[in-house]
Design a protein around this ligand. Structure first.
Ligand code: ADP
Length: 477
């Protein structure tokens, strides 16, 4: 079986992939932007701190060294976790380290500097932003470091937020997108279902047209216009078949009558007699074929004239019994029939059409059973009225079974061996359909076939008096 992929699913997958890529890109840009902003702000803090330190160094230039160191110490303490060192250009300390941490800190190499230099250094597993600021007028280099841990935590919280929110936004939008596309494409399912239900027998049906003023509305309207064209073409073909069958019947009858007249002449030579007899036989077959084609053409155009009335199928079975027996005996078979008399087999139907249906099934049973065979005709009335014609003939292969109701279909063993046109069961099916009956076949090759037609029982059918029927099955044949 082909797995059908839905457009909604594909659209949702595409849309979600694009959205996912967009969200990831957006998240990455925001992350780098935040990182850059936080780092810049740290750098500005360090610059401001350098300016204040230089002011302090200038202001304390004339102080006693001990005072100067104390004030420097106080300044360093006020930075809250920041580290400060003041070096000479040769790398020696210009002022003592204010803290042990500042002393141990891996300051970048001092070297000959002319401009500020920022860098990032990891100390005791903590990231620091470091500013190395040369003061050429005093031949000193001021080094400051500020911890970046708070920035890292902020970025971490932001990343966790992104990691939760991206899948959540993705899930909500995928579900919403899927639901919306399902809703938008719902008319497609309706159009598909309606298109699937249209066949040559209901070409007058039309697809629902969604009032959406979009491609779907145009698609339905285009399909409907195509159906209208097909319907008129098929009607034309059906009318032609009907007319042709009708028109051909007269010339065929004329040829047959003429041949029959010629046969009445006792003086014709044997060869001509044989030829005329052949013409009569072939004309008979052609006439039957034309009659069947006309029946089906009328069925197709709905112009068959059937008179529906309550009919007791048991009566039809009994009335057809002599002909059925003749059909069976002609081919060397025996006919066994049983009618369940407990209840009248009342159906709403056309007497002659039902009679024809029965004769088609009996004729086939007789034709497709090698002599001497047995043909069983059964009629039961319960919830439904079931008419069964069973034989012990050649049966039907599983490959042919699905096709035997098609027009002009004949299973291979039938061709050439048994007379027929392949229209009998098509007519039987049509008759069953117009009577709201179902027709089913149970068949096994070389064992026989059973055709069962199940009619709806006419509601008003009363139960027959059991004693009158004796609860027995009446013999037909
Ligand atoms: P026809 O009998 O004119 O060929 P039908 O439409 O009546 O056409 O039957 C179609 C085909 O179904 C037959 O050709 C035959 O192969 C098969 N068939 C019908 N009835 C029987 C049956 N009782 N036993 C075996 N085959 C059957």
């Amino acid at each position: 079986m082909i797995a059908h992929r839905s457009i909604s699913l594909r659209l949702t997958t595409w849309f979600s992939s694009v959205l996912f890529a967009g969200l990831v890109l957006f998240g990455a840009i925001m992350w780098f932007n935040l990182d850059h902003t936080l780092t810049s702000s740290r750098s500005r803090t360090l610059e401001r701190r350098v300016d204040r330190l230089l002011d302090l160094l200038r202001d304390t230039a004339s102080d006693a060294p001990a005072d100067r160191v104390r004030k420097f110490q106080a300044f360093a303490d006020a930075t809250g976790g920041g580290l400060i060192e003041v070096f000479h250009t040769d790398g020696s300390r210009a002022l003592p380290s204010p803290t042990a941490a500042a002393r141990a800190f891996p300051w970048p190499p001092i070297g000959p500097l002319t401009a500020d230099r920022f860098s990032e250094v990891t100390f005791q597993s903590q990231p620091y932003r470091v500013l190395v600021h040369p003061v050429s007028s005093q031949a000193i280099i001021v080094c400051l470091a500020a911890p970046l841990e708070a920035n890292r935590q902020l970025l971490g919280t932001f990343s966790v937020g992104l990691l939760w929110s991206i899948p959540a936004v993705l899930a909500v939008s995928a579900l919403g997108g899927y639901a919306l596309s399902r809703k938008a494409l719902k008319p497609v399912d309706q159009i598909t279902a309606a298109t699937r239900s249209i066949s040559v027998s209901n070409l007058s049906d039309r697809l629902p047209v969604p009032e959406t003023r979009d491609e779907l509305q145009r698609l339905s309207e285009t399909c409907n216009a195509m159906l209208a064209r097909l319907e008129s073409a098929v009607t034309e073909i059906k009318r032609f078949t009907g007319d042709a069958s009708h028109e051909l019947r007269n010339p065929v009858s004329f040829v047959r009558t003429t041949a029959e007249l010629a046969l009445r002449n006792r003086h014709i030579d044997p060869a001509s007699r044989q030829a005329f007899e052949g013409i009569v036989a072939e004309c008979g077959k052609a006439n039957q074929l034309l009659k069947d084609m006309l029946t089906l053409a009328r069925a197709d155009t709905g112009s068959s004239q059937l008179a529906f009335e309550p009919v007791d199928l048991a009566e039809i079975v009994r009335a057809a019994a002599p002909k059925a027996r003749l059909l069976a005996q002609d081919r060397g078979h025996s006919l066994v029939g049983s009618v369940d008399d407990a209840r009248p087999a009342m159906v709403l139907g056309d007497y002659s059409a039902l009679n024809r249906l029965l004769l088609i099934l009996l004729d086939n049973a007789a034709k497709y059973t090698p002599a001497p065979g047995t043909i069983r005709l059964t009629l039961e009335a319960a919830e439904q009225v079931r008419l069964t014609v069973a034989d012990n003939g050649i049966g039907i292969s599983p490959a042919d079974l699905p096709h035997i109701f098609e027009r002009f279909y004949r299973a291979d063993p039938s061709r050439g061996q048994v007379e027929g046109s392949g229209l009998g069961l098509s007519i039987a099916l049509w008759i069953a359909n117009v009577h709201q009956a179902s027709i089913s076949v149970d068949s096994a090759e070389n064992r026989g076939s059973a055709f069962t037609v199940a009619f709806p029982l006419l509601a008003s059918a009363p139960r027959r008096d059991q004693s009158a029927a004796g609860g027995a099955l009446a013999r037909v044949g």
